[in-house]
Design a protein around this ligand. Structure first.
Ligand code: TZD
Ligand code: CA
Length: 528
């Protein structure tokens, strides 16, 4: 007879899920025993880091990541990271060990009481199998739920005495299953969408993270060039869907009602693709749309479509939609707008901390053109988008819900999934929420370049405190952190750089290194 254990590993193998991202406890040991040689366990020291690493891996590999957490406490530690996975449509299959079935009712230590309830509302689906024979089927369901549009995290709680139970051989049918979705537009939808675009006199495109997730960046370029329309990146951008030095690129939209209406003023048609409408942040009241503008929304996420407060939505596969729309769009006779000016090199600071702009100019010059940036410094977003050219799909990742603690771990997971150089640009505030991922980078020799921008403060909150007239709020500074000492403590080589020359030399060294390296750079505080 087969066991639940071997049947589940067969299922995972057939789905290409050979890495387990986890932090173990007693409830998980029966799953991890006799760990098959073709699988790899990636240990992280805190569950926020576990999920961040798995998230980065899923975003870059485009495949579901398997996560294994310890019961309720491990799940609780991971919840903040789940906010990002939820909004970035990250296919995470999260499993958590449960007490033995006979001990759950008396709430023995480490019982996950009402386990399926715990991770809601940050998962697409959550479940505890009713018997051991249902465990592989539940994990199969979890994989397909996570990996179909809109992708996202799912959760399965598994009593630890289930793994050793025998199971019917028909459970192996699960390993042969495929679930696919089409998501193309109907002929009528295609006609209504393309007619509306073709008759617009001054359309604008707003592209979001799912253009990048569907690897539809080149299709988006073709569409933009046919329409000769400026391209904005949707607000609060967690990915980069369009080359940032293309003549049609206009930057990321501000994350406020008033700001968006102002930037899009004068357009009669706003076409939003692969983003929510919209991810607002700062409260600046205003109208949803500029005067006389109409909005069309194309998204892979029904919830995004349904909750939008304006516009007509099409729920579709982003790449399939663009492929079917493109031949129907007329090449416009409108002249191509001029590109944005490339910013002048930032002058080198002679005394005192460097400006973040200097760091970004050096990255732009010295890092590989196809580098993958994982960014989590909140006050430097605009400067980064202006100064670091991003050309290719999958070049940029930022916490999709704004939950800090994503960047440092996600960079490790991203680098485990790609040969492209991953560069983590992290604030001295943000770094602390996911700092233990440095240990995983060191132990697994993951050659991420970590750059810590140290301005001694929660820079973005300083800016917000002026916006909200709350400058007197306490708790906004983070002095006294020594990131080189911290990195060394976790086994990562680290360099403090005070001058431009030192930073450039350290960056070159880090880019050549075989393992991870951290560069700590004291910087000034700028505004997002
Ligand atoms: N805790 C968590 C988990 N997520 C958050 N977003 C915050 C707190 C609040 N927060 C922000 O929204 S931005 C920010 C905080 C604390 C400051 C981050 O500081 P930093 O970056 O040093 O990483 P900057 O460049 O100095 O803003
Ligand atoms: Ca800071």
């Amino acid at each position: 007879m087969n066991k639940v254990h071997s049947t589940t590993y067969t299922l995972l193998r057939k789905n290409g899920m050979l890495k387990v991202f986890g932090n173990p406890g007693s409830n998980e040991l029966p799953f991890l025993k006799n760990f098959p040689a073709d699988f790899e366990y990636i240990l992280a020291l805190h569950e926020g880091a576990v999920v961040g690493i798995a998230d980065g891996h899923a975003l870059v590999s485009q495949q579901p990541s398997l996560v294994n957490l310890h019961a309720a406490s491990g799940t609780g530690n991971a919840m903040g990271a789940l906010t990002n996975a939820w909004y970035s449509h990250s296919p995470l299959v999260i499993t958590a060990g449960q007490q033995a079935r006979s001990l759950m009712g008396v709430e023995a230590m480490l019982s996950n009481v009402d386990a399926a309830q715990l991770p809601k509302p940050l998962v697409k689906w959550s479940y505890e199998p009713s018997c051991s024979g249902d465990v592989p089927r539940a994990i199969s369901q979890a994989i397909h739920m996570a990996n179909q549009p809109a992708k996202g995290p799912v959760y399965v709680s598994i009593p630890h005495d289930d793994w050793d139970k025998e199971i019917d051989e028909d459970a192996l049918l699960l390993a042969e299953r495929e679930v696919t979705t089409a998501g193309s537009l109907s002929i009528e939808q295609l006609a209504s969408l393309t007619q509306r675009i073709n008759k617009a006199t001054n359309p604008v495109l707003v592209l979001g993270p799912d253009v990048d997730a569907y690897q539809a960046n080149d299709l988006a370029i073709m569409l933009a060039e046919k329409m000769a329309s400026p391209v904005w990146v949707a607000p609060s951008a967690p990915r980069c869907p369009f080359p940032t030095r293309h003549a049609l690129f206009r930057g990321a939209l501000p994350a406020s009602l008033a700001g968006i209406a102002q930037k899009l003023d004068g357009h009669d048609l706003i076409v939003v693709i692969g983003a929510p409408v919209f991810r607002y942040h700062q409260h600046a009241p205003g109208r949803y749309l500029p005067k006389n503008a109409e909005l069309i929304h194309v998204t892979c996420d029904l919830q995004e479509a349904a909750r939008a407060p304006m516009g007509n939505a099409y729920v579709a596969d982003i790449a399939a939609m663009l492929k079917s729309v493109l031949p129907e769009i007329k090449q416009t006779m409108r002249p191509m707008p001029k590109g944005l000016p490339v910013p002048l090199p930032y002058p080198t600071t002679q005394h005192g901390p460097l400006a973040p702009e200097e760091v970004f100019d050096d990255l732009n010059e010295l890092a590989p053109a196809d580098a993958v940036y994982v960014k989590e410094s909140t006050s430097t977003v605009t400067a980064f988008w202006q100064r670091v050219e991003m050309r290719h799909q999958g070049s940029y990742f930022f916490p999709a819900s704004g939950g800090l603690g994503f960047g440092l771990p996600a960079a490790v997971g991203a680098q485990l999934a790609t040969d492209r150089q991953v560069i983590a640009v992290i604030g001295d505030g943000s770094a602390n929420y996911g700092i233990t991922a440095l240990w995983t980078a060191a132990q697994y020799k993951v050659p991420v370049v970590f750059i810590i921008l140290k301005n001694g403060t929660y820079g973005a909150l300083r800016w917000f405190s002026r916006l909200l007239e709350a400058e007197t709020a306490p708790g906004l500074d983070v002095p006294g952190l020594d990131f080189c000492a911290i990195a060394k403590g976790y086994g990562v080589e680290a360099i403090l750089t005070n001058t431009r020359e030192e930073f450039r030399a350290a960056l070159k060294k880090a880019l050549d290194a075989q393992g991870p390296m951290l560069i700590e750079v004291p910087t000034t505080t700028i505004e997002p």
